[in-house]
Design a protein around this ligand. Structure first.
Ligand SMILES: Cc1cc2nc3c(=O)[nH]c(=O)nc-3n(C[C@H](O)[C@H](O)[C@H](O)COP(=O)(O)OP(=O)(O)OC[C@H]3O[C@@H](n4cnc5c(N)ncnc54)[C@H](O)[C@@H]3O)c2cc1C
Length: 409
């Protein structure tokens, strides 16, 4: 690479970098986007199981309720580009959107590639130059950005935007390079942790039921015996513990692994209160009065779960159903309404949907996304210490912060 120059170098061609480079170039800036991957938006293209939950069609107050911790940093950025503005922007780029359950917004085509495609068309039209190389360091003089050093040479510029993402799904390119570049310039990086991540359990029965999924169950999560999450939905048992949509969501409420004790409780029959479930058990026990207990639960639970329910109920498997006592039946009832799964920890960060922690927002101006320490240095997306629950909120953080950074340059 010969010596290049640009007004702005956007580092990272993910959701934030594509949005940032397109908007900055549309405003008339000469922009170079650096992305080592041959295709842009590798992570974006696998979001929402390949459908891309682009945003959440809600107001700003509701949005901030979906940010664990202090979401106020985002207030200004969301006012500049709200979820509705984002939807209009994508529609104007020819991407038709639909809103599903929980205000989750998806492309009508159900294809995440179309989201990346819309942004790429916008970038091309605005004249963004894409260079497939990695940024190594940001060069400064008198605490002001003057260039970016890449694996292939130096690019002179007066603004650099770090959009390198977090640490999750490293095969997509997000490997934490931005943290190092920020730290070299004096920025604080708060400890990174996995969020929206499967959970490990020491309960051997999870592995015993691996591959078995539960639909229409209510999952409750407890931190030191205090309820921190409760939702109806789907989950599944795995060789290491539990996973699936409910578990990922529950995990993002668990912010103190290593300090606090976490436990999950599954209501396997959320549609029946204890009285109704007891009546149902009595009916089943009458129907199967002469069977062994272990052979009487087929109407109540999935095959994979029956041996585990039998064991945890404490009722010997060969007990004849007609000799099960009231107390024993109530024990089974408690198990069906509150099946326990202890949590020993999260899966590793590379299996997480998002990274919690990152470049401290205390050192970034929320109105401009500019560093408070280095002139001409900006941040956008997951590289910052910002994350959200599921529902399209994480991508919206990328869109809004990128939009603000681009307009501020
Ligand atoms: C499986 C999965 C599903 C998800 N589904 C959803 C969803 O449906 N809705 C939602 O809101 N969120 C979802 N997320 C989260 C969302 O994808 C991220 O929050 C979002 O992609 C963050 O955007 P970003 O641009 O900050 O980072 P990324 O998208 O991770 O992009 C960072 C880019 O920087 C590049 N890069 C890294 N280092 C360098 C370097 N040194 N030089 C140049 N470039 C570099 C990387 O190659 C990468 O392309 C999902 C995440 C995963 C893993």
């Amino acid at each position: 690479m010969n010596l290049l120059s640009a007004d702005a170098v956007v580092i990272g061609g993910g959701a934030a970098g594509m949005m940032c480079s397109a908007v900055a170039a549309e405003r008339g800036l000469d922009v170079i986007l650096l992305e080592p991957n041959k295709i842009l938006g590798r992570k974006l293209r696998i979001t929402g199981k390949g459908r891309c939950n682009v945003t959440n069609n809600c107001d700003i107050r509701e949005f901030l309720n979906n940010i664990p911790g202090d979401g106020r940093f985002l207030y200004s950025a969301l006012n500049r580009l709200s979820p509705r503005d984002t939807m209009e922007l994508f529609e104007s780029l020819g991407l038709h959107l639909k809103t599903e359950r929980g205000n989750r917004v998806f492309p009508v085509s159900d294809n995440a590639n179309d989201v990346a495609g819309a942004l790429q068309r916008c970038m091309n039209r605005a004249g963004v130059r894409v260079i497939h190389s990695s940024a190594k360091h940001i060069i400064t003089e008198a605490d002001t950005v003057t260039g970016v050093e890449t694996c292939d040479g130096v690019i002179e510029c007066r603004a650099a935007v770090i959009c390198t993402g977090g640490l999750s799904y490293p095969l997509t390119g997000s490997r934490g390079a931005g943290y190092k570049m920020a730290q070299e310039l004096g920025h604080t990086v708060t400890p990174t942790r996995p969020s929206l991540v499967p959970l490990e359990s020491d309960d051997d029965y999870c592995a015993e039921m691996q591959g078995f999924s539960l639909k229409n169950v209510t999952l409750s999560a407890y931190e030191d015996d205090k309820l921190i999450y409760k939702e109806l939905g789907e989950m599944l048992f795995t060789h290491f513990g539990v996973s699936g949509p409910l578990v990922l969501s529950a995990s993002s409420h668990m912010r103190r692994f290593g300090e606090a004790k976490y436990e999950l409780r599954i209501d396997l029959k959320p549609g029946l209160d204890e009285k109704k479930l007891d009546a149902r058990l009595l009916r089943d026990f009458e129907k199967y009065a002469n069977r062994d207990f272990a052979n009487s639960l087929g109407d109540l639970a999935g095959k994979a779960m029956i041996p585990v329910l039998v064991r945890l109920s404490g009722i010997p498997a060969e007990t004849k159903v007609n000799s099960i006592t009231r107390e024993q039946r109530h024990e089974l009832l408690r198990l069906l309404k509150s099946f326990p799964v202890s949590v020993s920890g999260p899966r590793p960060i590379d299996e997480a949907i998002v990274t919690s922690g990152g470049v401290s927002t205390k050192e970034i101006n929320p109105r401009t996304m500019q560093s408070k320490l280095v002139g001409g240095l900006y941040f956008a997306g997951e590289v910052m210490d910002l994350d959200a629950y599921t529902g399209g909120f994480n991508l919206q953080i990328a869109w809004s912060t990128a939009y603000v950074a681009a307009n501020s340059i």
